[in-house]
Unconditional design. Structure first.
Length: 283
């Protein structure tokens, strides 16, 4: 008799649901919704007053986006919140969204940081190690038009509560000798994994030295990725990887792999805010 109890219980549940007007498919959809959540991720690059383009927005566009995020009821979440949700250690707000900035431009803290604070939003800033090395060592820093963050600025940001730091490789944000992190022609898998580890771990060590924090987030340069790279990064301890694939991803409780190829929406300066948020709402 005991083996029939779960079946009887389930049958009674279905009868009860139908009796009160809730069809079974609605019940299962609600259960799914609790475990799998749509996560739009906005991708910004440079913020400049002087011009805009495919990878450049002006401060007015950025503020319009941030205001719309609030008006639409979205909550900007951190990588830790999303990772904890997937690990079953926490919940996400009703309408989560992530804000990311790639390349580590100085103008991200000159123009974007004050706006993030104004609207009480969070963001991930993915830095390129070689660029920050140059700004630090050359002293040619703090120019919104072309400078990248110095390591002191990265440390200062990391100590705040608004921007977290992500890895965008030390020196693989190039078209040659490989395109981003792609495997070179004739390069063995072993050589390729060693090259990935050497470059990415170099930036990991620099970031830890300056921030005291272990980075668990990486943005693929130019959005280029492959299975070997993904497996290597997971083995190195990364939990969240951003692509440049256009769209909205779902993150799922109990499925860490749902964080390994997160889609993003490139915020082109050629778009108006309505176009951006049509993309945000597209599933």
């Amino acid at each position: 008799m005991k083996k029939f109890v779960p079946i009887i219980t389930f049958a009674l549940l279905l009868i009860t649901l139908c009796a009160i007007g809730i069809p079974y498919y609605s019940y299962t959809e609600q259960a799914f919704a609790a475990d799998s959540v749509a996560l739009p991720v906005l991708m910004y690059h440079s913020v400049l007053k002087s011009k805009n383009g495919t990878y450049i927005v002006n401060p007015s566009q950025l503020e319009a986006d941030f205001k719309r995020i609030i008006d639409e009821g979205y909550t900007a979440v951190t990588s830790e919140q999303v990772i904890n949700f997937v690990d079953g250690k926490g919940e996400l707000p009703n309408k989560p969204i992530m804000i990311t900035f790639d390349d580590g431009h100085y103008n991200n803290i000159y123009y974007a940081l004050p706006l993030l604070k104004k609207y009480k939003l969070k963001a991930v800033l993915n830095v390129i190690g070689k660029f920050s090395d140059f700004s630090t060592d050359s002293g040619d820093a703090d120019n919104p038009n072309y400078s990248h963050l110095t390591w002191d600025e990265v440390a200062e940001i990391s100590n705040g509560a608004v921007m977290e730091i992500g890895n965008h490789t030390y020196n693989m944000h190039n078209y040659k000798p490989r395109f981003g992190i792609s495997q070179k022609y004739g390069e063995s898998d072993e050589q390729y994994v060693a090259a990935l580890r050497n470059d990415i771990d170099k930036l990991q060590k620099i970031l830890f030295e300056h921030t005291g924090k272990q980075c668990r987030v990486l943005a693929y340069p130019f959005g280029k990725y492959n299975t070997i790279a993904e497996n290597t990064l997971v083995n190195m301890g990364f939990r969240m990887m951003f692509t440049c694939n256009e769209g909205v991803s779902y993150v799922t409780r109990g499925k860490p792999e749902s964080l390994y190829k997160l889609k993003r929406i490139n915020r082109s300066g050629k778009y108006d805010v309505e176009t951006v948020f049509r993309k945000v709402k597209t599933r």
